[in-house]
Write a protein that binds this ligand. Sequence first.
Ligand SMILES: [Zn+2]
Length: 113
Amino acid sequence: MTFITTDCPGCGEVEIPLGDVTLRVCEDDDSARCAIRCVHCGARFSKRVEDGMSLLLVAVGVEVDPWTRPAEVDERPLHLSPIALEEIEQFVSSLRAADNPLSLLPSPEWPAV
Ligand SMILES: [Zn+2]
């Protein structure tokens, strides 16, 4: 069995079997990160991977998981500040208070329930 050596946030330096490593490649910018599950504590974490290391990981058989950025990432206008905790709490409160959460949607295109 082949292992990689990395730093787990909880355990420090650990050896992880390749089966617990996935190479996630962003198809938008060709960046890559390793998604790792620590076999010692169960923590999941990721590490940025440079091109040369990506090729090496593929060559030794690490699973590759390509992904693209969801369109929602670019939907919030740049001039707005990041979503605040208070906004999320207000949203959750509104959902809980509504008899029909779909009634909160502004679009008349949604079907009535
Ligand atoms: Zn760990």
